[in-house]
Write a protein that binds this ligand. Sequence first.
Ligand SMILES: [Zn+2]
Length: 137
Amino acid sequence: MHVAAVYCSDGRVGEHFDDFLQNGLSLPRYDRVALPGGPASLAGYAEARVAQEGAVDELKFLVEAHDLTRVVLIQHEGCAFYTARLRVGTQHMAALQRADLVRAAYFIRHVTGLERIDAYFARRTDEAIIFEPVPTE
Ligand SMILES: [Zn+2]
């Protein structure tokens, strides 16, 4: 099974994402699509139009060249894409991020024809980062 992970390019969280994908989801190998805001860049925002075009190209390429069959989307709490680029207040941010996971999954299904899109919201606690599954259908 060939998998692509779409996540934020924020260097502070990349290691946690890789740990979750490799150990939490038991995916030793996957293609990385890292971009500001991760799945937010596939949720239809005008502020991310160029990034979205690039990500769509990359996903379509992976479907053709790597027989991609599954995409894992990860959003993370406190993502600067929302605060800095979209100017979203922290109060409503997590709810918006979860809604964007659903939007991004729908969009990826539409443009690639892939069925299996899994989504997670990475929430920070005092001890660790918890990856909560978010239903996308
Ligand atoms: Zn981020």
